[in-house]
Design a protein around this ligand. Structure first.
Ligand code: HEC
Length: 732
């Protein structure tokens, strides 16, 4: 049987869109907790809170973004009694990636699309919710689910970027909008921008980036706004504009433009989007951003030689006052494997070779752990924390990778380590200054890259610009309709270490000074979530199987595992209210890893309804209540077949080009299109071509699909339903 769901289980990045089972989140107001300061946070308070730990005021808890808390009431010796305190249901079945913020007993959290929730941190009682009312068409431009990785609470306001590119400032006390501004350039052109990352405060401005470099048409930039008025103060582009449009518009781009092949396909926008991890050092007044891959991924086809493509796949420091570049460090020159350098960066003071250094640390998607001097951008060291074959190694003085021709896939598919999902991606890592270790949610996984332009699948417009398939799903026979002739799996895998034939998630404790592994623990399920550590000597992490594990920070021993029943990707956090310490996490599976392939049988969303919720834990709490059990209903009688064999074959290509990155054939975050109800069949063309489901994030596709295309898609889906139905009947 052709399993099309695997066909183009395309590049595991992250975005997608719609929410199901929405909660009507109009703004409802309830009295704040008596202790609440109404979200009044500033740098003085943030610095002070580094000692007490009652609050978790910013994404990484402190200015350094360490995801470390000095609280220790929950610790190594009593964590065995950790259990359920409360939960708060968000009314969504899509992926959740943000860490909640707590200020003076009030919790603020962001769910899908940019929905904001404010609850009492001791009970989970709702105070208010905020609906950003997005333009649902942008749901379509989300690569890896309608996720959001965090909000900012600052001087009485909550700042959040919504999926459709608007930045909202909300009154922290009431949930009422104060201002909202459009951060997208060129909105009328419908470029594939979305906001999925958290904004960051940099001096007197709030800075926000966006995503989109996986698709055609996004040029990366960040924008800085006045905190009170929302007026644009400056904008920093990360990659040059098409030289044909005129001279480069910003000084740092003049040098950058020389590093791009003159024949670069500028209609792709150049990429280098800033979709996650920004940080800010108030003492240096430097903002640090990480940039994504250049676009398209393949820079060497049609005889182009490629170039370094500055400042894609780079870490860039910007003077927050002026928006001018201070320094840059390119992590992956000539990136072709989607090795974004967008991972969250931790700022710390380390003594290296006897000298105190202000450093910036990043565990990159490319498998190397980087330590840079954050004042100057000087390369200090890098070492691989995961298996790699994309480079022959790094220059020990500069960190520049030496090219490996065997990793170029422009003429033939290649298996590359790490995968495009990264040896480490957006999932927060944690630095514990007491153990001196960084806890990295790492992945050992490869990906098969297939250049698609000259193959039947075509250049995947509206989808990733290169096909990436996990080796487990690589089957030349089933992929033939899309890609034509392909090498056998054994030929392709020749030379890769057999121990790495299966993708695994591993929590790694890393010494950033010695650049060496101290301990590692497999995380149980493949994909695990972000990490938090505390002065209680513990490391806390959830996984896809719905298990939250507490590890001994020194040894990696598993001290406690709690069955939450909901898959987790976000990093947990901790806080104290009325003298009691709590640990909380946003639980809800999805993102890149929940969309492109059906839920694996050992994952929580396979067993239980994937209901997004905030779950809080405390010492003495009981077992966590589980969501309802779910099973697949049998396939029912499909509608009559449509179309000729050639129409169905065409429909298959269109499905993989435009639909399969969100809809799999199997149970996952979004509907399996083989299971449409009779009523939905009737609405099919209105859904696909007119956008009647845009409010849920399913935008219209009539800009790239004709009525005939949609008919072929429908014919293909009905054919797939019949195949599943017939198989089911034969099995009984
Ligand atoms: C970026 C993600 C994304 C892509 C790509 C996408 N969809 Fe959807 N689709 C959605 C979302 C979100 C929903 C609404 C799910 C919900 O809330 O129930 C949806 C719903 C649907 C439904 C209704 C399903 C039901 O049972 O109610 C159909 C039909 C559908 N999509 C067809 C398509 C087709 C055909 C394509 C390719 C041309 C496509 N979709 C591409 C996200 C996507």
């Amino acid at each position: 049987m052709r399993d099309t769901s695997l066909s183009v289980a395309v590049l595991l990045l992250s975005i997608a869109l719609a929410s199901c089972g929405k909660k009507e989140s109009s703004t409802s107001v309830a009295p704040p907790l008596p202790t609440a300061s109404q979200g009044d946070v500033d740098f003085t308070r943030l610095k002070k809170s580094a000692q007490t730990g009652d609050d978790w005021m910013v994404n990484g808890r402190d200015i350094g973004g360490t995801y470390f808390s000095p609280l220790s009431a929950i610790n190594k010796s009593n964590v065995g009694q950790l259990g359920f305190a409360w939960d708060y249901k968000l009314g969504t079945r899509r992926g959740l990636e943000a860490t909640p913020i707590v200020v003076d007993g009030v919790m603020y959290a962001v769910g899908n699309f940019g929905h904001v929730y404010s609850v009492a941190a001791d009970t989970g009682r709702e105070l208010w919710t905020y609906d950003p009312n997005i333009d649902g068409q942008y749901g379509r431009y989300a690569c890896c689910d309608a996720v959001n990785r965090g909000l900012v609470v600052w001087k009485g306001k909550v700042y959040v970027g919504a999926l459709d590119g608007f930045l909202h400032a909300i009154d922290a006390k009431t949930g009422a909008v104060v201002w909202k501004t459009d951060t997208l350039i060129d909105r009328a052109a419908h470029r594939p921008y979305t906001i999925t990352g958290a904004p960051v405060i940099a001096g007197n401005v709030i800075v926000i980036g966006n995503a989109g470099a996986d698709f055609k048409g996004a040029r990366g930039y960040v924008s800085a706004y006045d905190l009170d008025s929302g007026v644009l103060r400056w904008r920093f582009f990360t990659v040059p504009q098409d030289p044909k449009l005129g001279p480069q518009d910003q000084p740092h781009l003049i040098a950058a433009a020389k590093t791009w092949d003159p024949r670069h396909r500028w209609e792709f926008g150049g990429g280098g989007t800033v979709w996650d991890g920004m940080s800010y050092d108030p003492d240096l007044d430097l903002l640090y951003i990480g940039t994504a891959n250049s676009s398209p991924y393949t820079i060497k086809d049609d005889g182009r030689r490629g170039g370094d493509d500055l400042y894609a796949a780079s870490i860039v420091a910007i003077h927050a006052k002026s928006g001018e570049m201070a320094w840059y460090y390119q992590v992956v020159p000539q990136d072709q494997w989607d090795y974004d350098s967008t991972q969250k960066m931790i700022l710390a003071d380390l003594t290296i070779a006897g000298v105190p250094r202000k450093v910036l640390m990043q565990a990159s998607k490319n498998g190397f752990f980087y330590v840079l001097d954050r004042t100057t951008g000087e390369f200090i060291s890098a070492r691989n924390f995961a298996y790699f074959n994309w480079t022959k190694g790094l220059d020990p003085k500069t960190g520049r990778p030496s090219p490996n021709v065997a990793a170029e896939y422009v003429n033939a598919p290649k298996v590359i380590f790490p995968s495009a999902a990264g040896a480490h991606s957006w999932q927060p890592m944690s630095f514990n200054p007491e153990t001196g270790l960084v806890y990295i949610p790492a992945a050992e996984a490869a990906m098969v890259y297939i250049e698609t332009q000259k193959r039947p699948a075509g250049l995947i417009e509206g989808n990733f610009t290169v096909a990436g398939i996990f080796p487990q799903g690589y089957d030349p026979k089933s992929l033939a309709p899309l890609f034509g002739s392909l090498p056998s799996k054994s030929a392709l895998m020749h030379g890769t270490p057999p121990s790495l034939n299966k993708a695994v998630s591993v929590l790694k404790a890393w010494d950033p000074v010695k650049q060496q592994l101290v301990w590692e623990r497999p995380s149980g399920a493949f994909w695990h979530g972000g990490v938090m550590s505390t002065a209680g000597g513990i490391v806390v992490q959830g996984n896809a199987a719905g298990m939250m594990s507490i590890f001994d920070a020194a040894t990696g021993e598993v001290l406690k595992t709690i069955d939450v029943g909901t898959g987790m990707m976000a990093a947990p956090m901790t806080y104290r209210v009325h003298g009691d310490q709590y640990i909380a996490v946003m639980a809800g599976y999805g993102g890149a890893t929940g969309l492109y392939s059906p839920f694996p049988p050992d994952s929580a969303p396979y067993k239980y309804a994937n209901e997004g919720r905030i779950v809080a834990f405390k010492i003495g709490g009981g077992p966590v209540p589980k969501p309802d059990l779910v099973t697949d209903a049998p396939f029912s009688d499909p509608p009559p077949r449509e179309g000729k064999a050639t129409d169905i074959a065409h429909g298959e290509i269109l499905y993989n080009r435009f639909c399969s990155r969100c809809h799999t054939m199997g149970r996952s975050v979004l509907p399996d299109l083989r299971r449409l109800s009779p009523a939905t069949h009737t609405l099919f063309y209105q859904i696909v071509l007119e956008g009647i489901y845009a409010p849920q994030g399913m935008g219209r596709w009539d800009d790239v699909l004709s009525r005939k295309d949609a008919e072929d898609l429908h014919a293909f889906l009905i054919d797939q339903s019949w195949q599943a139905y017939t198989q089911q009947t034969a099995a009984h």
